[in-house]
Write a protein of this length. Sequence first.
Length: 206
Amino acid sequence: MDNVLGDLRYAARVLAKNPVFTIVAVLTLALGIGANTAIFTLLDQVLLRLLPVKDPQQLVLLTMRGHHYGGNWGGNAISHPMYRDFQDHNQVFSGMFCRFPARVSLTFGGRAERVEAELVSGTYFSVLGVGTALGRAIGQEDDRVPNGHPLVMLSYHYWKQRFGGDPTILGKTLTVNKYAMTVIGVAQAGSTAWNWDTRRSFSFRS
């Protein structure tokens, strides 16, 4: 113990005699630690941390290779008719859903803003096992109504940020890209079903 204390006192005297070296050493350590922390945080969120949904290790992403057939947009995309065909003939997965991220214009109470959203199938919330903090989720029965009334499900974060956690938002009408849509629910707190990001504003079906 005495040897350790002596070494520390000696190191302190040496560093005090060389302030420039001390500053460079401290900055180098700070930058190194900061860089390693940032890299680990990124890897943790992208590769290591499991998504907070039901059985995240069993999720599979279907994507296309080669020529794309049908109407689709962007990478890793398949057309909705192809998704319905996969779903109708599925003998492998316990459930399937589709989603399409979009940035939309939302108007409510005379205030318009650009927000992140997702167009989702009626199986989206049930397959991911995402519950609600308020109201109900978009369900399979909503897909069975051709040209049914457009519905909106808010993320918990957006509900708190934009509407102050007001429970009377249920049943209210939002204007999304000039289309009237009814709010039916708010997703449970901590859910990252919105493009795996808690800031994702809402999901809807049209």
